[in-house]
Design a protein around this ligand. Sequence first.
Ligand SMILES: Nc1ncnc2c1ncn2[C@@H]1O[C@H](COP(=O)(O)OP(=O)(O)O)[C@@H](O)[C@H]1O
Ligand SMILES: [Mg+2]
Length: 292
Amino acid sequence: MSTMTLDASARTEAAQAELLGVESVAHSAEVRKTVGRPFIEIAKLRMRDVNVCYGEIQAIHSVSLDIGCNEVVAMIGPSGCGKSTFLRCLNRMNDTIEGCRVEGELSLDGEPIYGPKVDVVPLRARVGMVFQKPNPFPKSIYENVAYGPKIHGIASRRAELDEIVENSLHRAGLWNEVKDRLNKPGTGLSGGQQQRLCIARAIAVSPEVILMDEPCSALDPIATARIEELIDELRANYTIAIVTHSMQQAARVSQRTAYFHLGHLVEVNDTETVFTNPEHELTEAYITGRFG
Ligand SMILES: Nc1ncnc2c1ncn2[C@@H]1O[C@H](COP(=O)(O)OP(=O)(O)O)[C@@H](O)[C@H]1O
Ligand SMILES: [Mg+2]
């Protein structure tokens, strides 16, 4: 055999071994209970033994987690591991998906999120959401922000609405860029501006919690940096849960990080600990890039 062939077959074997190694970590390591620090003293959101099924398929397996006031919790993990599904449980967005069933105890300030008397409209005002793709309404910048306060009866007089719109755009870091064109369509803004408009729309109804599902994945690095700064500022007034496919982003914006794997919550801990000294072998395999 020539040296070249040897090298090539050695490389293939190494690649296969690596693959097998990854496979065996992914499937052999058991997730019996979440390691780290999933619970905190005073929880804003409290989730216990949450299971979610799409028809016959279980997407979330017995997940328990607390999220506190003024904290950003990042949810990371490979694609398809249930991050979005879990996030959507927190303001009952899964209700809109046919065949999706949520079980378990979920509460906001101690009140059940899935209680029989819960009206999802005010719940979603308390627990707002920002999606992956900026989705402004086909209305003016002003109307995008004023819409929520109007339908929730938070403000009706023009002067009150003007104040809420200005204040929300300020807090979303967009006011200076749009103050002279409030009557122009929201869809005419750049991607990063549209996402800040969606954040302004979410905060206009004075939510307590903001859920963000990969809010920067459609944005360029500058717009991403702006949103990350904003998340840090918003933390002073809100509870934030953010799904991100970027470990760097999780490290930059969050105080605790939750690692999901195949529908299980493997590990939750202070963000720095998760990235520098993970406890579970699956977390370590993921953060060192062995799969994902
Ligand atoms: N609307 C849906 N109907 C059926 N299955 C779904 C639906 N949304 C997600 N799933 C399944 O649930 C699992 C978790 O998906 P998802 O929560 O989107 O993961 P992630 O956000 O981590 O990528 C996947 O197996 C996915 O195929
Ligand atoms: Mg997702």
